[in-house]
Design a protein around this ligand. Structure first.
Ligand code: P1T
Length: 385
């Protein structure tokens, strides 16, 4: 329903119609593990068992697919479960090209879990197209990217990588978590799969863990749907309800995240304690032009390197009060973290340092509080260094 409407309308209405039994405007939480059959195999729609299908989950899948401009959406229990479902498309001996700067848990899944099953990977700096091309092998079946990347906010040219993957017969998966469906729609740029950690902006209130995959191709949908059921990493109906509630405000929240983040990035750039600010919306960002081309806004994440390494970062992170020191991102409340010790600790130090995840690096997930309060908080904490 409402798939032909504009984005804000789809946030609120897509995938949802009044409950057929009562007319309830909100899709109910169908907290039921199974469905009664009239006769063996005679079921209503596709409802036989709730790992396979659940009406609350189905409404959410349709809602998210609509926001991403996709034909199909598939919910998973976490962002990492979504990734695993994509890797399950591969067989032993297959190869993945992975962008070099990704969430630590994404790297860990390929490096520690799927490597054991014979799926290999090569990391590449995908802001360098020649280096990316060189990472392909005859066995490459999947290219996996984040853009903006976590935590260095590099911007990867989705259309260019999509062309490259297609020419090599590989699928392109884009983790669109940082951009959200509000700011960037990778399927329209040639990607085959879009993935989100719904734990972040889609949920937006730091109270749910979830993941989603979105695809256009019917055959790909069927293979992922098989894995969703056969491997079984599905979300609970209550979590689907909360996410369905969250997407109603996604467009409004993301707009404010972007406004606050842009202000904070500009403020940080002027502070003497700050060595470098990374924000895709700033003209000094190395891939600003690509960001401007493929995104309609620059997001709520800001990364900065403080002068003085770990002692400076620690002093700063211990002092902030409106920002909370915590892993994760994308909630209405501002969070701040230290990638080297927290979210990216599963990457060995030499590799982290080579990437630029130094001990002075801090990552801001800018919330939707009053921007003045956020800037005052940062200014006070910087003064403690
Ligand atoms: O936590 P989970 O829902 O499983 O999502 C994993 C994940 C996937 N992709 C990206 C880009 C992510 O940032 C994450 C999770 N990231 C954090 C917890 C973090 O603080 O960076």
């Amino acid at each position: 329903m409402h798939h032909n409407k504009r984005f804000a309308t789809r946030c609120i209405h897509a995938g949802q119609s009044p409950d057929p039994t009562t007319g309830a405007i909100m899709t109910p939480v169908y907290q039921s593990s199974t469905y009664v059959q009239e006769s063996p195999g005679v079921i209503k729609e596709d409802y036989d068992y709730a790992r396979s299908s659940n009406p609350t989950r189905k409404a959410l899948e349709a809602n998210l697919a609509s926001l991403e401009g996709a034909r199909h959406g598939l919910m998973f229990a976490s962002g990492l479960a979504s990734l695993a479902a994509c890797i399950h498309l591969l067989s032993s001996g297959d190869h993945v090209v992975l962008c070099d700067d990704v969430y630590g848990g994404t790297f860990r899944q390929l490096d520690k879990v799927f490597k054991q099953f014979g799926v290999t990977y090569t990391r590449a700096d995908m802001t360098d197209l020649a280096a990316t091309e060189a990472a392909f092998t005859a066995k490459t079946k999947l290219v996996w990217i984040e853009t903006p990347t976590n935590p260095l906010l590099k911007i990867i040219d989705i259309a260019a990588i999509a062309q490259m993957a297609k020419a090599r017969g590989a699928l392109l998966g884009v983790d669109n978590t940082f951009a959200t469906p509000v700011l960037q729609n990778p399927l329209a740029l040639g990607a085959d799969i879009v993935s989100h950690s719904c734990t972040k902006y889609i949920g937006g209130h730091s109270d749910v863990i979830g993941g989603v995959l979105m695809v256009n191709d019917d055959d790909l949908e069927a293979r992922l749907r098989f894995t969703q059921n056969a491997v079984g990493a599905v979300p609970a109906p209550w979590d689907c309800f909360l996410l369905l509630r969250s997407t109603k405000t996604l467009h409004v929240r993301v707009e404010r995240h972007c406004q606050n983040a842009a202000r904070i990035a500009d403020f940080l750039a002027e502070q003497p304690q700050v060595e470098r600010v990374i924000y895709p919306g700033r003209e000094d960002h190395p891939q600003h032009a690509i960001a401007a081309k493929q995104m309609s806004g620059f997001g709520g994440m800001v990364t900065a390197t403080l002068k003085g390494g770990l002692p400076a970062a620690r002093a700063f992170l211990e002092r902030v009060q409106v920002f909370s020191l915590a892993e994760s991102l994308g909630g209405v409340e501002s969070l701040i973290e230290h990638p080297a010790i927290m979210t990216h600790a599963s990457i060995d130090k030499p590799l982290r340092e080579a990437l630029g995840i130094s001990d002075g690096l801090v990552r801001f997930s800018v919330g939707i509080e009053d921007g003045e309060d956020l800037i005052a908080d940062i200014a006070e904490a910087l003064a403690a260094i």
